[in-house]
Design a protein around this ligand. Structure first.
Ligand code: HEC
Length: 142
């Protein structure tokens, strides 16, 4: 049965030859709310920009750079972003700027993450947004 469905998908051209990074991370089911999965998401999708030397570095292990850590002002990393507040507030996704940045079309500064190279947004699939949400609301365990 599975083979038939797969063959049908290939036949009608729906089989993705080069899935983009966000659909490669997850497509349907929300991964378990562990930091290991959150870090894999960052390492798959975010570190093309958020790498060593960037105001926000999401390279592994990013835990201490986001949990209970103030957002940075991207124009001047020495200045705490007046609008962003705290990147991850354990137990409170709504108050966590990192979650706001991936889930809102109008964050208080900049654009929704992940950005594209040309500065527009390419929102994460719901399973990836849910992972961040569920991990924070579970208390952001390391
Ligand atoms: C193409 C480059 C690029 C990608 C990919 C990208 N970002 Fe960003 N990110 C930026 C830039 C540039 C800024 C600052 C401007 C803005 O906020 O739009 C930023 C800002 C942020 C901020 C605000 C930081 C602060 O302290 O104020 C967060 C949080 C963030 N990104 C999270 C993510 C996450 C999580 C991902 C992956 C799901 C991601 N970004 C993917 C370029 C990127």
């Amino acid at each position: 049965m599975k083979a038939i469905v797969l063959a049908a998908l290939v036949a009608c051209g729906k089989s993705p030859s080069t899935p983009d990074a966000s659909t490669a991370f997850c497509t349907d089911q929300t991964p378990a709310p562990t930091f290991a999965n959150v870090q894999t998401l960052f390492s798959t999708i975010c570190v093309t920009c958020h790498t060593t030397g960037a105001p926000l570095n999401l390279e592994a292990p990013a835990y201490s750079r986001i949990v209970n850590t103030p957002a940075v002002d991207y124009t001047d990393p020495a200045v705490i972003d007046s609008c962003g507040g705290t990147l991850v507030v354990p137990g409170d996704s709504a108050a966590s700027y990192l979650f706001v940045k991936i889930s809102s079309d109008s964050p208080c500064a900049g654009v929704r993450m992940p950005r594209t190279d040309i500065g527009t947004s390419a929102p994460l699939p719901m399973c990836a947004q849910n992972l961040i949400h569920d991990w924070i609301d579970a208390g952001a365990p390391n």
